[in-house]
Design a binder for this molecule. Structure first.
Ligand code: HEC
Length: 191
C-alpha cells in the first residue's frame, strides 16, 4: 500500500511541476515582451495615454475601450495613440491607395516628414497583427478588428483632420525625445 501512495505522490508532484513550468514559460514570454517594450522607447510614449473619444462614432469608442486595456499591457496606450502611423480609410487596399494618391496631390505637406505622418495602406492592420502575435498578448480576432478600426479612424481624424495641432504635438514629443534619448532617436528617426 505504502508503495502505491508514494508512486501517486510522485505523479502528483511531477504533474504540478510540469504545469508550473508551462505556466511559467507562457508568463515569461509575456514578461520578455514587456521588458523589450519598455527597454525600447518611442517618442509616442511621452504623449497622452488617454483620449477624449466622446465625439467618435459609438463602434469606434468600443475599440478605444479595448485598446486602453489590451494594448497597455507591455507599453502604455500612448504608444499606439500618438504614433505617426496613418492608415487611410477605405475598405480595400486599392481604395486606400487611391486615397493616398489624392492626398499626395492635394496635401503634399503630409508626405514631407515621415516622423510626423507615415501614411501607408494597411499599416495599422499589419501592426495590430504583429502585436497580437506576441506572447502574453491575449486579444481575440473580433477584439483585434475593433481596435484596428478605431486606430484607422483615429489616425485620420486626429492626425489628418487636425493637421496643425497634431503636427505641433508630435514635433514637441520628437524634440523632447531627441534630448532625453539621443541614441534611440537616431536609431528610430534618422535614416
Ligand atoms: C505582449 C506585449 C505587447 C502588447 C500586448 C502590445 N504591444 Fe505594442 N509593442 C510591444 C513591443 C515589444 C514593441 C517594440 C517593437 C516590436 O517588438 O515590435 C511594441 C511597439 C509598438 C508600437 C511602435 C511600433 C513602431 O515601430 O513605431 C506600436 C504602435 C504598438 N506597439 C502598438 C500596439 C497596439 C495597437 C497593441 C494592441 C493591439 C499593442 N501594441 C500591444 C509589445 C506589446
Amino acid at each position: 500500500m505504502e508503495i502505491f501512495k508514494r508512486i501517486a505522490a510522485v505523479m502528483v508532484a511531477t504533474t504540478v511541476a510540469m504545469l508550473g513550468a508551462s505556466a511559467g514559460a507562457a508568463d515569461k514570454g509575456g514578461q520578455d515582451e514587456k521588458a523589450k517594450a519598455l527597454a525600447n522607447p518611442y517618442a509616442n510614449d511621452s504623449g497622452s495615454a488617454a483620449l477624449d473619444v466622446s465625439g467618435y462614432p459609438k463602434d469606434t469608442q468600443s475599440g478605444y475601450a479595448l485598446l486602453s486595456v489590451k494594448c497597455a499591457k507591455c507599453h502604455t496606450a500612448a504608444r499606439p495613440l500618438n504614433s505617426q502611423f496613418v492608415e487611410p480609410e477605405g475598405a480595400s487596399p486599392g481604395a486606400q491607395d487611391a486615397a493616398i494618391a489624392a492626398l499626395k496631390k492635394d496635401r503634399p505637406e503630409l508626405f514631407r516628414d515621415k516622423k510626423v505622418w507615415q501614411i501607408e495602406a494597411g499599416i495599422w492592420k499589419r501592426y495590430v497583427k504583429r502585436m497580437m502575435s506576441k506572447p502574453g498578448c491575449d486579444i481575440s480576432n473580433p477584439e483585434g478588428k475593433k481596435i484596428y478600426e478605431f486606430l484607422v479612424y483615429h489616425s485620420n481624424h486626429h492626425k489628418l483632420n487636425n493637421q496643425k495641432a497634431w503636427a505641433a504635438a508630435r514635433r514637441k514629443s520628437l524634440e523632447d525625445f531627441r534630448k532625453s534619448h539621443p541614441a534611440r532617436y537616431k536609431e528610430l528617426y534618422e535614416e
